[in-house]
Design a protein around this ligand. Structure first.
Ligand code: PRX
Length: 654
């Protein structure tokens, strides 16, 4: 995988400077950016301290920028007090109250414009409802919602009263939801009867009921928003409709003063081992980088209509839907559904009708829409677009060029943003009025972000295009605080080498002769399917939990649209199916994985064998499995294999 990337991107030598027109209109000029870099390099903490004073409204000023005493448990802006929801809503009321905060469009086509004043009221009323239901500061609240305004209202309401939200993507299964409820010991689940997605109704409440059927003893209340009107059952002593919970609640709710390092939210993401981990983010530092990156990378200005297509179930939907746009007083679009309903023109239709100026999506969506042909986007008026962005996986130069020429009409810079759930906000990304972009590169680290490519000894690799570990050498405000309930795992996962001084991103990268970063892929067993992180072990555990499966190994296989797809090798209990084919079992296992984790984790390919390729010490040779999944010739040394004859079966040749 990494090797493919090196080869395709090494050939890339096109350069795209921002147009004069763009540079003239942008907030950030080259000189100002240079000053930011210089200042951050000279005084890292002073730089972030000034930024925090400038961008955040504090209830009480902080007295220390960074406390590193208990590194790597860094604490930013010690003793400062603030409220994130206050910074998103209250401070807009003076000058921006009537400005549209959210343009919501449902998949069936319903549209709603919500002003900052209206959003403030919605959040306050719902925050009061939460308090009335017994939620208070520090309590965990699970949000399992469709991509509708109320998902943001619920997140903001939690932030307002100091409850810690954990959003679970609506596509996750009952069992994944249950794991997260139990790991957080959540007091409440906020859900909806259903959501519109792909022309169907996703029955969220029903799935939540399944999750809650056993265990989950911490949950006292389930609040249900009525979105689709589908039939659901309400459990009398536990469930309450959103509109009933809101009855008689006042329109104001004081914003709870929070310590800068009080957790704002937990968001679960996959790692190479074990169950998904609850990434914990702090209030102040997270908010700060949500704001700075909205300004630097998205060049957000008051007249912009910003649309990040990510679901709030992912970090992108946290930082660039629920928090960043509101904290900068911007107007944003929220769209409930998928890009292909009613047809592959939906995104461009939404852009045209709502006058979107900044559009941010994932390479997988770009590739899928590119496949639908140029005629579709060309039939919409995309002239308001001025800036495009991508996130989640490396973008192949072909898709980049299509995005640039067909969607951006060669006018809009593209910001390819590298970051992670753990980093909270963009880390490596172009500053669009200044940076010359190259298709496939996320370009340079932002001011105050000390990203580097190092070898296994932690020494910076200075030779151009030589791959190594991507690390961040200095703490930054929106960094992960810890893994919820597992400090040791946090240390082991992110600070295992380099004397625990550098944050290990888990990606490999190289820098070219201009110092530009090119992300090559993961260094661990994490897959990136359609921009979503999945742990191979997570899928393997799901497979072996099936009664017919004895053993399973999962690898990624390059895929045109998804980037990577899931390829599973399965050893069944009993005999291998004749000729390695058992369509009924394959369908059953695919459905099983969807049920255990969610449809995104379903293997595209399942291959049956009597055994897995293991070394004599019992280690599965994954590299070999990746080669086979790609359909490539095996060039690796297979002499250490316990059972070499298994290779033919694995290749589907026996
Ligand atoms: O491998 C990198 C890839 O996505 C991983 C982070 O996944 P997640 O925490 O789910 O967050 C995705 C959205 C921020 C990274 O370790 N990745 C993310 N952005 C890029 C990327 N790979 C290449 N280019 C990017 N722009």
């Amino acid at each position: 995988m990494a090797q493919d990337n090196i080869e395709s991107t090494l050939l890339e030598n096109r350069r795209f400077p921002p147009s004069d027109a763009f540079t003239r209109s942008t907030r950030m000029q080259a000189q100002t950016l240079d000053q930011l870099y210089d200042k951050a390099a000279a005084d890292h903490e002073g730089f972030w301290g000034d930024m925090a004073r400038q961008e955040i409204d504090w209830f009480k000023p902080f007295d220390q920028v960074l406390d590193s005493d208990n590194a790597p448990f860094y604490r930013w802006f010690e003793n400062g007090e603030l409220n994130v929801s206050y910074n998103c809503l209250d401070r807009q009321l003076e000058t921006n109250a009537d400005k549209t905060a959210i343009i919501f469009e449902g998949e069936p086509g319903d549209v709603e414009h919500i002003s900052y004043r209206e959003l403030y009221q919605k959040v306050c009323i719902f925050a009061n409802a939460l308090k009335n239901q017994g939620v208070s500061k520090g309590d965990r609240v699970i949000i399992y919602m469709p991509m509708i305004t109320e998902a943001v209202v619920a997140m903001q309401a939690c932030a307002r009263i100091g409850a810690i939200h954990s959003v679970v993507f609506g596509g996750f299964s009952a069992s994944a939801l249950k794991d997260r409820i139990e790991d957080t010991s959540a007091k409440m689940v906020i859900t909806a009867d259903g959501g519109h997605r792909g022309g169907k109704i996703i029955t969220l409440k029903e799935t939540a009921d399944q999750a809650l059927a056993e265990g989950c003893d911490s949950v006292e209340t389930v609040i249900v928003f009525r979105r689709c009107g589908n039939d659901i059952t309400m459990q009398a002593d536990r469930d309450i409709w959103w509109h009933d919970a809101e009855k008689n609640q006042p329109e104001h709710c004081p914003a709870q003063a929070m310590q800068a390092s009080d957790p704002l939210f937990l968001l679960y993401t996959s790692g190479s081992t074990g169950k998904p981990k609850g990434i914990q983010h702090a209030s102040a530092g997270y908010l700060l980088n949500a704001i700075t990156t909205m300004r630097w990378v998205f060049d957000i200005q008051s007249a912009d209509v910003f649309w990040c297509t990510a679901d709030v179930g992912w970090i992108t939907g946290h930082t660039y839907v629920a928090y960043g746009p509101l904290a900068t007083g911007s107007t944003m679009v929220i769209y409930e559904g998928v890009p292909t309903v009613p047809d592959a023109g939906r995104f461009w239709d939404v852009c045209a009708r709502h006058g979107v100026t900044i559009f941010y999506t994932a390479p997988t969506a770009i590739r899928a829409l590119m496949k639908a042909g140029d005629a579709i986007p060309k039939s919409y008026d995309l002239s308001r677009l001025r800036l495009l962005g991508t996130v989640g996986e490396p973008i192949n130069p072909e898709a980049w060029m299509w995005y640039h020429e067909v969607i951006g009409q060669s006018r809009c810079p593209i910001v390819d943003t590298w970051w992670q759930t753990e980093t909270g906000a963009h880390m490596i990304a172009p500053v669009p009025g200044v940076t010359v972009t190259k298709p496939g590169s996320c370009t340079k680290a932002l001011p105050g972000i000390d990203a580097a490519v190092v070898n296994e000894n932690g020494e910076e690799i200075t030779q151009a295009n030589q791959g190594g570990f991507l690390v961040i050498r200095k703490p930054w405000p929106s960094m992960i605080q810890t893994i919820w309930g597992d400090d040791q795992r946090y240390k082991d996962t992110y600070w295992p080498y380099f004397d625990g001084k550098y944050y290990l991103a888990g990606d490999s990268a190289r820098r070219d002769e201009d110092g530009y970063f090119w992300i090559m892929g993961r260094i661990d067993d994490v897959l990136n399917v359609s921009g979503h992180r999945l742990g191979t072990m997570e899928i393997e555990s799901a497979l072996v939990a099936h009664q017919s499966v004895a053993e399973a190994a999962v690898v990624g296989k390059p895929h045109d649209i998804k980037g990577e797809s899931v390829f599973a090798y399965v050893v069944l209990k009993g005999n291998r199916p004749d000729g390695g084919v058992d369509e009924a079992m394959t369908a059953e296992l695919r459905a099983w994985v969807a049920d255990q984790i969610g449809p995104i984790a379903k293997p595209d390919d399942i291959r049956y064998a009597d055994n897995l390729p293991k070394t004599r010490s019992g280690k599965i040779m994954r590299r070999l499995l990746r080669t086979i999944a790609k359909g490539e010739q095996i060039t690796q040394d297979t002499s250490t294999l316990e059972n070499e004859s298994i290779l033919l079966q694995l290749q589907g040749k026996a």
